[in-house]
Ligand binder design. Structure first.
Ligand code: SF4
Ligand code: SF4
Ligand code: FES
Length: 242
């Protein structure tokens, strides 16, 4: 294989530094067999620039911390092989989230706020009894819940969402997916009007313009199109009954 030289144009900015302006910095890296962007970025940090900030934890597409814009597309850097990319690669931080520095953003605060906004916990009047036998549910329901719970909170669906980019309180596809998770769960006793109070607004499902960038960008293939349609259908009915 002819070894390629990869040219990286990387967004640099430290919001904490007084008088610093956002800029792009260029690095050249020799491509290696099986190289991921995780490996390339670490090479840059180890061999060329120890000040470059980016986030990785698991390196296996599980923790959700390495979402970034790779040539304009929001996706996970640890799962992206350089051989899938052209010789010139532009890396930007995910928009919408608070920038910590360079490619590092704070997704945790955003997801925590969405959890509070959507009241992402089981609402029930039942008093917990540790001696009671486990409540049973059908395999079908358990699998639907499992599908929604696979979200790794990487923020890729949010970074690529037009509405989330202009409306700070819009819960995005990840938030709607989370609401769907509790709507499906038979242990949650909220009725559709209570859900409407949470998600039947422009910051919820009715802010979604339905172009499905989120569905295209989810790196682990959560069926966001189906989740958005499910919640939209339920909330349209709830709104009509009001
Ligand atoms: S379909 Fe809705 S949630 Fe998904 S990217 Fe578009 S506006 Fe955002
Ligand atoms: S729904 Fe997909 S793209 Fe969105 S935060 Fe979860 S895993 Fe990431
Ligand atoms: S480092 Fe965990 S998903 Fe990429």
């Amino acid at each position: 294989m002819n070894q390629r030289k990869l040219t990286f144009h990387i967004f640099r900015y430290n919001p904490e530094a007084a008088n610093e302006k956002p800029r792009t910095q260029t690095y050249v890296v020799n491509e290696e067999m099986g190289m991921t962007l995780f490996i390339a970025l670490n090479k840059i940090r180890e061999e060329q620039d120890p000040t470059l900030k980016f986030d990785f934890v698991c390196r296996a597409g599980i923790c959700g911390s390495c979402g970034m814009l790779i040539n304009g597309t929001p996706t996970l850097a640890c799962k992206t092989l350089t051989k899938q990319l052209p010789d010139t690669i532009t890396l930007m931080p995910l928009p919408v989230f608070k920038l910590l520095g360079d490619l590092s953003v704070d997704t945790g605060t955003w997801f925590r706020n969405v959890s509070l906004q959507t009241e992402s916990w089981i609402h029930t009047d039942k008093v917990f009894d540790p001696d009671a036998p486990e409540e049973r549910m059908s395999n079908e329901k358990a699998l639907q819940i499992y599908e929604a719970e696979r979200c790794i909170e990487c923020g890729c669906c949010i970074g690529g969402c037009a509405t989330a980019n202009i409306k700070p309180n819009f819960i995005g596809a990840a938030g709607v997916n989370r609401v769907a998770r509790f709507m499906i769960d038979p242990r949650d006793e909220r009725d559709e009007q209570q859900y409407f109070d949470i998600v039947g607004s422009e910051d919820g499902i009715f802010g979604c313009i339905g172009l499905m960038a989120c569905d295209d960008n989810c790196p682990i293939g959560i069926p966001l199109q189906g989740q958005l349609a499910y919640v939209r259908r339920k909330m349209a009915m709830a709104g009509w009954k009001r």
